[in-house]
Design a protein. Structure first.
Length: 111
């Protein structure tokens, strides 16, 4: 399926949430003095690996976030150009699919 504005925004929200969770430790580090930092992350190779992994994850998520922002910008420019040219906008819509079983509409279901 081609990416839609909505699907890009969905991915961006997911990455932002992951970034928020993974960066919590940075706020903990910010509150530490240097000795606490060394004791927490640097006095063993295992702790150094943990710090490296956390930092790498934060960096990777930030790169993903920036790529998605760029992709969203490009999609919005493409959409704006299509509007300006009077083109059919159906290609910008997601292809909805049924995610429930049965023939009843949601409004027919009883609580």
């Amino acid at each position: 399926m081609a990416e839609t504005t909505g699907s890009i925004i969905d991915k961006l929200i997911t990455v932002d949430m992951k970034m928020w969770v993974n960066q919590e430790f940075l706020y903990e580090v910010r509150k530490m003095d240097f000795k606490e930092f060394v004791a927490t992350y640097c006095d063993t190779e295992e702790k150094q690996k943990l710090l490296f992994d956390r930092l790498a994850k934060c960096c990777d998520l930030n790169v993903q976030r920036n790529r998605l922002i760029f992709e969203l910008d490009e999609k919005l420019i493409e959409f704006g150009n299509a509007i300006r040219k009077g083109e059919d906008l159906d290609r910008f819509r997601a292809n909805p699919h049924k995610t429930y079983s049965g023939d009843r509409s949601l409004s027919d279901e009883k609580a």
